[in-house]
Design a protein around this ligand. Structure first.
Ligand code: GLC
Length: 715
């Protein structure tokens, strides 16, 4: 690793304790360092025993702490301030699973840019984001924090977020940029039974084919840091996984950034059963390639002993210190340690972006008889909210420096959007409110029922064995059904929730996730048709818990489902199909798709389809391109996402939509990290969701130069 002369000179004159101080990250509490809670932190900074600080919020607090590091330590090395800016800093955007539903990489980048502008204005230098853990198990609460079930989508998401936080030129010295951290490498989304922090035991092939590609994309995009997952991978805790962290990611992928441990994770190597004590844990982690120890004190207190015992070398320590100091230098901290710039947040511009992101995240799952959009006139709209904290819930998990009072609520927004309609809003959190609801329903023309999760039921340490609507919510929806009232169900959640009878009882269903500070206006915009419903599911929506893990990219079975044959792959008590497939989402208009073609163009394969708006209003459609590798010695999934695009068309407007494929699109992983591109037979699918009934397809044979040797449209 090339470090600057300044860094080399600095490392030369640092004591061992000063070096270990740079590898020590401590957590603050709140927004002042004058509190007793932060006394130990202040003392550690004053004695050069902390190189970075997380969870300190507010420009003044950061300046006060930086002053201590600069003026009261021997070498005056600036601190790096870090924070979980996952879906916004003060302007809170939809949770990542919701934002992924926009299938809009430009939007993903813009929200990251906005978050970087806000957080860096307050002196933050690094965010612990993007979280890019692929996940196919809605029992896992952290599914909310990532981009869903598909590695291709997650890779594009990763790239967009890293470029958004860091800038495409990676000039981290710019005052509005943040160093990004790709987290949590090591297939964290595949924890056993969806239980957070549980062991991960998957095949080497799945690791390379499904869970690592987003991290490779982040490294290729120049991500500044990576955070290993808490978990073990087939018995090797990622925090001590040298083969993954160093041999693969550093040496094969050429990652030259910093590894930051997760919170206390190094000390937890003892719980994992591979470390005898903190000295051994510290040595294992450092030897694996971990640079910064977040809050386990193993490095600062026990690496000297590890060094003395010959468990690690001075050079390993120095390399880690160089990487940390190099990151600080890239951020310009030695010359501009405060990075503070006055910035009003949120502001109209950031609110407009938050509203756009929220609009595009909402997925219209069902809309029988087109009861949506709500008309400007008509009978009473009754809103029944079962969530007592719906306003703060809108901030979701990892709400950064978000404030509940910044959230613009749904009721106010819907009244503003439908000034001529009578709107009645009641909160009915439990079955004691059934009678009140029945009474209100007698005077209503349409009911909007808000159900789902509290934000505390989502995110870290929030795995659910029963990720479903409550019996009360299901009964409430049934009451509306029994009164033959049009019933619109809005699901606020950090994951797909099993909806059971509501699937049939509701006339309209919307996935509303946790949409951030502009959730109210965005919901009103979509429900009234001011904007089209454009979100599409980045995650399969299970019909039953027993189907989990469920995802579209299933590999063929030797006994594929056949209703006429008992001995085929199925459940005897449930369908194989999810309630809603990956990519599902309705628009307020209709589209037709036709004329799939494949031609060779400029050494690439050009796939084209004709999309037409055959409905009554302008709308936006998302089109997906999937591949199936039909002739290979390893069974490949029926469908593999390889591209997506969105298109907005006016009524009766049509457009040729094209996708350009190169060998990267056809490439597959083998058992290791090798990517192989094989000539041969491929099925190509283009359509609106991962459902063969909604896909046009053809079969092509290609050679290694991407020449098309045969083309067979599948009618
Ligand atoms: C948490 C999370 C991680 C986060 C870190 C710092 O435990 O696992 O995603 O960045 O601690 O808050």
């Amino acid at each position: 690793m090339n470090s600057s002369t300044r860094i080399d000179d600095l490392v030369q004159c640092m004591t061992l304790e000063e070096k270990l101080g740079q590898l020590n990250m401590l957590s603050a509490a709140g927004d002042s360092i004058r509190t007793s809670e932060n006394a130990a932190l202040v003392d550690a900074v004053r004695h050069g025993q902390a190189g970075s600080v997380l969870n300190l919020v507010g420009a003044q607090a950061l300046k006060d702490t930086q002053d201590i590091a600069l003026n009261e330590t021997r070498l005056g090395i600036p601190l790096l301030f870090c924070f979980d800016v996952v879906h916004g800093y003060r302007t809170i955007f939809p949770i990542p699973l919701g934002e992924a539903a926009s299938f809009d990489p430009d939007l993903w980048k813009r929200t990251a840019q906005c978050a970087a502008r806000e957080a860096s204005a307050d002196g933050i230098g690094l965010t612990f984001a993007p979280m890019i853990d692929v996940c196919r198990d809605p029992r896992w609460g952290r599914i909310a924090e990532g981009p869903g079930e598909d590695q291709w989508l997650a890779s594009i998401f990763a790239r967009a977020k890293v470029e958004g936080f860091q800038g495409e030129d990676h000039d981290l010295q710019r005052a509005d940029k943040l160093a990004a951290t790709a987290k949590h490498i090591g297939a964290y989304g595949a924890v056993t039974a969806g239980r957070d922090y549980a062991s991960v035991d998957i095949s080497e092939h799945s690791l390379h084919d499904i869970y690592l590609p987003p991290f490779k994309a982040a490294v290729e995009a120049g991500v500044a840091a990576i955070m290993p997952a808490f978990v073990d991978l087939a018995g090797i805790p990622i925090s001590a996984h040298r083969a993954l962290l160093t041999a693969l990611v550093r040496e094969q992928w050429h990652f030259d950034g910093v590894y930051i441990s997760d919170y206390h994770a190094i000390a937890e190597l003892i719980n994992h059963g591979i470390a005898r004590d903190l000295t051994h844990a510290a040595a294992l982690a450092l030897h694996a390639g971990m640079d910064i120890d977040m809050m386990s004190y193993a490095y600062i207190n026990h690496l000297p002993q590890a060094l003395a015992q010959g468990l690690i070398s001075q050079d390993e320590i120095d390399q880690a210190v160089r990487r940390v100091l190099t990151l600080k230098e890239k951020l310009g901290l030695f010359d501009n340690p405060y990075r503070l710039t006055p910035h009003t947040m949120p502001n109209e511009e950031s609110r407009a972006l938050a509203r756009e992101a929220a609009q595009k995240s909402i997925v219209l799952l069902k809309n029988d008889a087109n009861i949506l959009p709500l008309s400007p006139t008509g009978g009473r709209c009754l809103i029944v909210n079962t969530r007592e904290d719906i306003t703060s819930d809108a901030l979701g998990s990892w709400s950064g420096a978000g404030e509940t009072h910044d959230v613009r609520d749904f009721e106010t927004s819907l009244r503003a959007a439908l000034p001529a309609r009578d709107i009645r809003y009641i909160t009915a959190p439990d079955q004691n409110h059934f009678d009140a609801v029945r009474k209100e329903l007698n005077h209503a023309a349409v009911a909007l029922i808000i159900v789902g999760e509290k934000r505390e039921q989502s995110g870290e340490a929030a795995s659910r064995a029963h990720p479903k609507l409550s019996e009360y919510e299901t009964a409430l929806i049934k009451i509306v059904r029994e009164q033959n009232l049009p019933c619109i169900v809005m699901i606020n959640s950090g994951r797909p929730l099993i909806i059971e009878s509501a699937y049939d009882d509701a006339d309209a269903l919307l996935a509303c996730w946790f949409l951030g500070i502009e959730s109210g206006p965005a919901l009103a915009d979509v429900l009234t048709g001011r904007v089209d419903a454009t979100g599409r599911l980045p995650i399969s929506w299970p019909r039953a818990i027993g189907q989990i893990p469920i995802f579209y990219g299933q590999k063929p079975s030797g006994r594929p489902y056949n209703a006429q044959d008992v001995f085929t792959s199925k459940y005897i008590d449930e369908s194989n199909q999810p309630a809603f497939v990956f990519g599902h989402g309705l628009s307020y208009t209709e589209f037709s798709l036709s004329d799939l073609s494949c031609t060779r163009h400029n050494d690439r394969i050009n796939v084209e389809v004709r999309l037409k708006n055959i409905g009554a209003r302008e709308g936006t459609q998302t089109l997906f391109l999937f591949l199936h590798h039909a002739s290979t010695e390893r069974a490949r999934p029926y469908l593999q996402l390889r591209d997506f695009t969105k298109c907005t068309l006016k009524k009766d407007e049509e457009q040729l939509i094209s996708f350009t494929l190169d060998e990267h699109h056809f490439a597959q992983y083998d058992d290791h990290d090798d990517v192989i591109f094989e000539s041969g037979l491929y099925d190509i699918y283009v359509g609106t969701k991962a459902d063969f009934n909604h896909l046009l397809s053809c079969q092509i044979t290609i050679d290694r130069q991407l020449n098309i040797l045969s083309f067979t449209p599948n009618t």
